[in-house]
Design a protein around this ligand. Structure first.
Ligand code: DAT
Ligand code: MG
Length: 151
C-alpha cells in the first residue's frame, strides 16, 4: 500500500518488564492502524541487518547482544504521518532527555535500555517491516474507527 507505515518494536527490556500492553496501548489510543504484530526471538544476523547503519559505532556489539537477549514484540503501524508521530510518542533516544509523556520519558532511564524502537523515515519504515515480517504476516483490514479519526 502507499499509506505510510512505521516499524515499531518493543525491545527485550520492555517485554521482560511487563510493558507490552502499556506500549501497544499508546499507539492504539493515538489512532494508528495495527497491520502486523508478533512476539519474536530474533537472530544476530537480523539484528545486525536492522541496525546496519550503526555497525561502526563502539556500542554496536552490546546493542546486538541486547536486542537478541530475549523476545521482542514486532509491530507494523499505518497512517498518515505515522513515522514522525511515533517518534514523538517514543521520545528522545536517551530516556533522561525524553520528555515526560513519551514512552521513554515515562518508562526508561538509560539509552542502552530504552524499551522501544521506531523507524526514522518512511523509507526505513518499509525496509524494516519487510525485514522483520514475512509475506502473509501483515493483515489487510479496515478499522471501524477510521471515519471517526480521519475526516
Ligand atoms: P533511536 O532508537 O532513537 O532511533 P538510534 O537509531 O540513534 O536511536 O540508535 C539505535 C539504538 O542504539 C538506540 O535506541 C540505543 C542504541 N544507542 C544509540 N546511541 C547510543 C549510545 N551513544 N550508547 C549506547 N547505545 C546507543
Ligand atoms: Mg534509529
Amino acid at each position: 500500500s502507499e499509506v505510510e507505515q512505521s516499524y515499531i518494536m518493543i525491545k527485550p527490556d520492555g517485554v521482560q518488564r511487563g510493558l507490552v500492553g502499556e506500549i501497544i496501548s499508546r499507539f492504539e489510543k493515538k489512532g494508528f492502524l495495527l497491520k502486523g504484530l508478533k512476539l519474536f526471538q530474533c537472530s544476530k544476523d537480523l539484528a545486525q541487518e536492522h541496525y546496519k547503519d550503526l555497525k561502526d559505532k563502539p556500542f554496536f556489539p552490546t546493542l546486538i547482544d541486547y536486542i537478541t537477549s530475549g523476545p521482542v514484540v514486532c509491530m507494523a503501524w499505518e497512517g498518515d504521518g505515522v513515522v514522525a508521530s511515533a517518534r514523538k510518542l517514543i521520545g528522545a533516544t536517551n530516556p533522561l532527555q525524553a520528555e515526560p509523556g513519551t514512552i521513554r520519558g515515562d518508562l526508561a532511564v538509560q539509552t542502552g535500555r530504552n524499551v522501544v524502537h521506531g523507524s526514522d523515515s518512511p523509507v526505513n519504515g518499509k525496509r524494516e517491516i519487510d525485514l522483520w515480517f514475512k509475506e502473509g504476516e501483515l493483515c489487510q483490514w479496515e478499522s471501524v474507527q477510521t471515519p471517526w479519526l480521519v475526516e
